[in-house]
Structures are given as structure tokens and as C-alpha cells.
Design a binder for this molecule. Structure first.
Ligand code: AHN
Ligand code: ZN
Length: 339
């Protein structure tokens, strides 16, 4: 059979042309997709100078130890600022017993944006500071209260700046900013007895988790900040966070990575830390993570706190604006990513 040459060649040419074109288009689509993924995330504004100012303002009151005058004055300051930024502020007052029998007067402070919706998340940090520098290299200082610039004030400073920003831009979802009290009144290390329970920490969060500021309180998840202001801080994947809220850890770490902060938010396991998030997870059943500065100890294989933890050197000199910026911008991006 004779096949006509010219039409066959024509048809083959057309097929070749069309398939090449398609391949090209597919490749272009792939590039666009890739570009979209790699495009840096847009970060809503967060001002690290302002956050630093809020850290300093707290430290300037002196150690915010429960029952002290500085504690009382700082509470007034925090409530005043929250009310400036948010119309719905609730102060939860109460008393709890410390490990040594002292009755502690505490205040948990809650600012609620879009209080009517259950489509919400909360961000929290403890605002009290530790009554003893029991890890100070100088034993004589073991009973001195600490400034807690990092351990306490850093997280609150970042959250106050977030509260200010949310007051301006109004979040699409519900957000609660919660300042928890009486976290750091745990027994001093040199006085620890075997029969001590571990539940002397996070007394304010234990109270709040049992009795939230509102009946039937619900949030999709929570984020705790603890010691988030030291230079070159490293946030490891804390073990209780991974046990109770692994998807939240993944999401926050991914967002931080997209912002270029993967030197701070490490994909590395950290040990279990008894902190406010543990009680919220156990008692209130809201998946809550702890963004906490941890350091891998290569000789013990365990994770340690940063070197000035529970020492008199946890003061304003140990605060770095860049770290405040990294954490603040990450959280602003997390809020903006929620629908
Ligand atoms: C314990 O040392 C068991 N928990 C530490 C929680 C903490 C203290 N966070 C800040 N200060
Ligand atoms: Zn502490």
C-alpha cells in the first residue's frame, strides 16, 4: 500500500509541535508553583524596639515576685497597657499555696480579640519573676530574687507588642493574649527533697486551666513563650509540646523557616519541661506548645536551659532585640495564617 508522504510528515510535525509546547507550559507552571512556595511570607508589622521597651518597663519595676510591691505595680501597668490595646480585658485574681506554705496572691490577665468566636487561638507567657537565684554561681545570691528579663519579661514584652499590633490591624480570628502568674515559685534546687511533687510550678496556669476566665472556654490551640529574648536563642522541639501538640509545633516551625528563622527554630528534639503548657494540655485539653530556649548538652545528652537561667545575670543585658523580632514576627505570621 502506498502511503502519501506529505500529509504524514505534516501530521507528525504538528504532533511534535503541540507536545513540545505542552511540555514547555508544564515546566513554566512548575516554575511558577516553585516560586510561589519560595516567595518569602508576608509578615504583618511587629516592632522589636517597642517589644524591648515593654521588657525594660517590666524589669524597671524590680523583681515581680508574688506578694511584692513590684508585682502589684507591674500588674497595674500590664492591665493598663492591655486595656489600651484591647476592649475586652479580664483580670483573674486568686490565691494559691506555694511549696513552702506561703499564700501567693496572683493575677492572670487575659485580653480577648473577637471574644465572640470559638475560631480562636491563645498566646501566653508568665509575668511573675523567680524569688530566688538558686542557680547563681555565687551561692550567697541563691536567695536573691531575679530580674527575670528573659525568664518572664521577654515573652510578655513580645506579647504586649503583639497586643498593640492586633489593636491596630484587628485579627481575622479570635486571639487571647494571656499573662499567667505564679509560674516561677517552684522549690529552690538546693532545698529539693525527694518527696517534693513537681506541681509547684505554673500555679497560675494550673488555676486558669481548672477555672478559665470564661465558662466553656475553647481555643483551637495555644502557644506559650518562655525565655524568648536571649541572643541567638535556640528553640528545640520540647517533648511535652511534641506529645500533646505535634501539628502545632510543625506549623509554627515551618512558618518560622519560611521567614528565614531556621537558625532559631531548630528541628531538634528537646527534653520534657514542666511549664505552664503542660497543665493546660493535661487539665484543659487544649493542644499547647512551649517555645522555650533550650540547649543540647552533648555530654549528658539531655537539654539544659540557657546559662543565666535562675541567676542574677538574667537581666536586661541578656536581652537581644533580634530574638524578640524573630519570635514576634513568627507569631504575627502564625496569626495571619489562620482563617
Ligand atoms: C522546672 O524546672 C521543673 N521547670 C521550669 C519551668 C520554668 C521555670 N520556666 C521558667 N522558669
Ligand atoms: Zn524560671
Amino acid at each position: 500500500m502506498k502511503i502519501p508522504r506529505l500529509p504524514v510528515i505534516l501530521i507528525l510535525t504538528v504532533i511534535l509541535y503541540v507536545s513540545c509546547n505542552n511540555a514547555n507550559r508544564n515546566q513554566n507552571a512548575g516554575n511558577e508553583e516553585k516560586q510561589k512556595q519560595e516567595e518569602p511570607l508576608k509578615v504583618p508589622p511587629f516592632n522589636a524596639d517597642s517589644a524591648y521597651g515593654y521588657v525594660k518597663a517590666q524589669v524597671d519595676f524590680g523583681p515581680r515576685v508574688c506578694n511584692s510591691a513590684a508585682h502589684e505595680k507591674c500588674a497595674d501597668f500590664l492591665v493598663k497597657k492591655l486595656k489600651q490595646f484591647c476592649p475586652d480585658v479580664i483580670v483573674q485574681k486568686g490565691q494559691v499555696k506555694a511549696f513552702n506554705g506561703t499564700t501567693l496572691n496572683f493575677k492572670n490577665l487575659v485580653a480577648s480579640y473577637n471574644p465572640g468566636t470559638n475560631n480562636r487561638i491563645f498566646l501566653c507567657s508568665h509575668w511573675d519573676s523567680r524569688p530566688f537565684a538558686d542557680h547563681d554561681p555565687d551561692v550567697k545570691k541563691h536567695t536573691t530574687p531575679i530580674d527575670g528579663a528573659n525568664d518572664g519579661a521577654s515573652g510578655v514584652g513580645i506579647l504586649l507588642e503583639i497586643a498593640r499590633q492586633l489593636g491596630i490591624s484587628k485579627p481575622a480570628i479570635g486571639v487571647d493574649i494571656i499573662f499567667l502568674d505564679a509560674e516561677d515559685y517552684g522549690p529552690p534546687d538546693d532545698q529539693k527533697r525527694n518527696e517534693d511533687t513537681t506541681d509547684w510550678w505554673g500555679l497560675g496556669s494550673q488555676f486558669w486551666a481548672k477555672t478559665p476566665h470564661k465558662a466553656n472556654y475553647f481555643a483551637k490551640y495555644g502557644i506559650l513563650l518562655d525565655m524568648v529574648g536571649a541572643p541567638n536563642a535556640t528553640f528545640l522541639e520540647e517533648e511535652f509540646s511534641m506529645k500533646y501538640a505535634p501539628a502545632v509545633v510543625r506549623n509554627v516551625w515551618n512558618i518560622a523557616g519560611k521567614l528565614g528563622y531556621s537558625a532559631y527554630f531548630l528541628y531538634e528534639k528537646g527534653g520534657e519541661i514542666i511549664d505552664d503548657h503542660l497543665y493546660i494540655n493535661m487539665i484543659l485539653n487544649i493542644p499547647t506548645i512551649d517555645i522555650i530556649h533550650l540547649v543540647k548538652n552533648n555530654s549528658t545528652g539531655r537539654t539544659d536551659f540557657y546559662p543565666t537561667w535562675h541567676t542574677t545575670s538574667d537581666n536586661l543585658n541578656s536581652i537581644d532585640k533580634t530574638t524578640l523580632d524573630v519570635v514576634g514576627k513568627t507569631l504575627m505570621a502564625v496569626i495571619a495564617s489562620e482563617k
